[in-house]
Design a protein around this ligand. Structure first.
Ligand code: NDP
Length: 460
């Protein structure tokens, strides 16, 4: 078995190392998960909600330790780690409060129409769900699966990203500490090569993945072969369109946040800024000025706004994307010239203009603090650029013209449209994509129903 290492991306130092789970340990965790399913069902809504609220309380009481763990392990600025912990606790309480109502089946008003005395639907748990999750929101990505899954009465096993084993161990133990039956939720410390075996295991009934297209294809193929349900949340290159009637200063401020949050490593970061020609120069000037004012540094310093990228390979990929664009004639505007720090996987915030379709940056996702700026003659061209890729996760549209807004909301090919704002995931709203950004939905009522058996009940 290999070793899974936690490395501080700010300086390359090893923080912790874990032995991979061997086959016997994986077997034990799967058996415990399967054994927990009937216990979770028998416990009922109130007990599950009480355990979930205790988990939220625990998380909040440990906010300082958990935030620092996230920041040290993947480089997120500490203020953003605290926000991630708080949001995760909120989502737990949201599902504790709402799961029962979301999963209330319906009763047919006229059962005689189907020759029954009564008929309707109910939502039953599916069993053990496997979650394969990424490192970029090491807590939130897991909670947005775990909270609804557990509240529905499912058990969960997590295969977390290999660079965040400390987060995996923490979240893997949180729910049983809060009172959920042993085995209800646990982390498998395994490499991605061993995921297919877990997908095929007969005790695993469904799979959810948040990650890259490649991982999505591989997991969907295995799950398809085993005829198991899958939800996929994959990459994105979200458009952020700005029209002349918009409040430009507010648009710039939000655009910076939308692109640079999480050191630019979120699937729903706005990545392509498509600006109408009359305001393009003003937007670009203000965007690059504001970008240059961002505080880059040690992510554990509360003043830091941009920390290092989470992995060395991620940094290398961003450099390659930007250098490819430069070599093909794009204009690269970097926030500072210090892109070669003595240690750590830093990449300075960068804006790129003059993009053409031959450049990789035109069509590939930039998972780092790199903004692509496009000029569009009018709304037609803006929508054409926005919809021109195979991604379809989130989108943002800035305008005060109601006709333009109506059209953009209708025509943007994405799982979400945020008007005069930026794409954010909220427990209260469904979240997911179309096209190669994946399928299925997380969060809200739609998310908790994904991993349930919608059972039709007919009584003579
Ligand atoms: P990866 O797909 O490499 O990793 C995500 C998870 O999948 C990890 O746990 C990883 O394990 C596992 N994994 C990778 N390959 C396989 C495989 N072939 N079979 C089974 N499991 C696998 O993604 P990144 O770490 O590169 O994360 C960034 C990507 O995720 C971006 O494209 C981003 O847009 C997307 N993402 C999407 C989100 C959404 O909600 N739609 C949210 C956040 C990110 P291991 O680490 O061991 O390789």
């Amino acid at each position: 078995m290999g070793t899974i290492r936690s490395i501080d991306p700010a300086n390359g130092a090893e923080l912790a190392a874990f032995e991979e789970d061997n086959a016997a340990v994986v077997e034990h965790k799967l058996a415990m998960a399967a054994a927990a399913v009937p216990l979770l069902s028998a416990a009922g809504w109130n007990a599950r909600a009480a355990w979930m609220r205790t988990a939220a309380d625990l998380l909040e009481s440990e906010i300082e330790t958990v935030s620092m763990l996230i920041t040290k392990e993947m480089g997120k600025p500490i203020a953003q780690s605290r926000a991630e912990v708080a949001k995760s606790a909120h989502a737990m309480r949201f599902y504790a409060d709402n799961a029962e109502q979301f999963l209330t089946g319906r009763t047919l008003e006229n059962p005689g129409a189907v020759n029954a005395s009564s008929a309707g639907t109910r939502f039953d748990p599916l069993g053990v769900i496997l979650a394969v999750m990424p490192w970029n929101y090491p807590l939130w990505q897991v909670v947005r699966f775990a909270a609804p899954a557990l509240m529905a009465g499912n058990a969960g096993v997590l295969k977390h990203a290999s660079n965040v084993p400390q987060s995996a161990v923490y979240i893997g133990g949180l729910f049983t500490r809060a009172g959920f039956p042993e085995g209800s939720f646990s982390s498998l410390l395994i490499s991605s090569r061993r995921v297919a075996d877990v997908v095929r295991d007969p005790r695993v009934t469904a799979v959810t993945l948040t990650g890259s297209e490649g991982a999505g294809r591989s997991i969907a193929a295995t799950a398809g072969d085993a005829l198991k349900k899958v939800v996929l949340e994959l990459g994105g290159s979200d458009p952020f369109i700005v029209m002349p009637s918009a409040d430009i200063d507010a648009a710039v401020e939000t655009a910076i946040k939308a692109r640079m949050t999480n050191n630019g490593q979120a699937c729903i970061n706005a990545k392509r800024f498509i600006v109408q020609a009359d305001i393009y120069d003003e937007f670009t000037r203000k965007f690059t000025e504001r970008m240059s004012s961002l505080v880059i540094g040690d992510p554990s310093d509360p003043a830091t706004e941009i920390g290092p990228l989470a992995t060395e390979s991620g940094r290398r990929e961003i450099i390659e994307l930007v250098e490819d664009a430069r070599a093909k004639g794009a204009n690269i505007i970097a926030a500072d010239s210090d892109n070669e720090r003595a240690s750590g996987w830093y990449f300075t915030p960068t804006a790129v203009t003059g993009l053409t379709p031959e450049m990789r940056l035109w069509s590939e996702e930039a998972f780092g603090p790199v903004a692509s700026l496009y000029q569009a003659a009018d709304l037609n061209e803006a929508l054409k650029i926005a919809n021109g890729l195979e991604f379809g996760l989130g989108s943002a549209f800035w305008s005060t013209d109601t006709d333009e807004i109506d059209r953009a909301v209708r025509e943007l090919q994405a799982g979400a449209v945020f008007v005069n704002g930026m794409t954010i995931s909220y427990p209260e709203l469904p979240f997911g994509g179309i096209k190669r950004s994946g399928y299925g939905r997380e969060l809200s009522m739609e998310g908790i129903r994904e991993f349930c058996n919608l059972k039709t009940v007919w009584v003579a």
